[in-house]
Design a protein around this ligand. Sequence first.
Ligand code: G4P
Length: 278
Amino acid sequence: MMQVQWYPGHMTKARRMMQEDIKLIDLVIELLDARIPMSSRNPDIDELAKGKARLVLLNKSDLADPASNERWLKYFEDKGIIALLTDSKNRKGFNAIGKAIEEACKEKLERDRKRGIIGRPVRAMVAGIPNVGKSTFINSLTKRASTKTGNKPGVTKGKQWIKLNKSVELLDTPGILWPRFDDETTGLNLAYIGSINDEIIDSAELAIKLIETLKSRYAGVLYSRFETDESEEDTVILEKIALKRGCLKKGSEADLDKASRILLDEFRAGKLGKITLE
Ligand code: G4P
């Protein structure tokens, strides 16, 4: 067992701030990591967003398994949650966002119309776990039309609304996790994709867990990337990766920490292939 838990004080603060800001919000745009759509779903954000319109973005979908992406879209559709695949780095999937926001906020827009309120913009909070791509998403989305509208009454001082266009304003929020992960896998999945501070984790221990996971879910990827025999023990595989990449300590002993960081970095960057872990 490898228990990963990470809930630093700044996340408690951020959560409290979001609890205040949510009162001013029509829509919560929740970014998930398409490689781990369940583990990257923060139950606290779910709780905070209760009663608000929702839009789920399966971000980093370019790094995830295309067949799994389709299955996950179907999963959310079946639950009646509007979800889209995005690649914020390359602005993929962005064309559909405007319409999805409108669809998600249908009831609000209808209510406004009935009250004779015309043109009041939708206010959306962009939320998600650390490293899921929130900043990249906002920056890419607003690249051409970004104007900061400044502080608005009632919003925590210093908070910036980002005007997307005349009908949508976005509020950026810090990445938050939650106090306790229910099971070992959730914590590990979050660590694999880099949403947990690497400094609190033993990288060799994490890399060995990743090797075990990849062997069972994506047989052959370790072989194609590192030419390692997957029938060997996980630790032996890590040693072979170290030798293959010239990670040696004095006395030509394999440097497992260095090899672990290489494996994790390459997995995170998609160099092992398009992989979905759940
Ligand atoms: P955050 O605000 O939620 O914490 O995440 P942030 O935007 O800082 O993104 C974290 C990392 O994920 C960045 O990589 C970013 O480029 C990358 N990223 C964001 N969205 C996507 C996506 O849809 N697809 C892919 N492939 N990557 C994405 P980085 O290595 O920290 O920076 P950089 O070297 O890319 O500049």
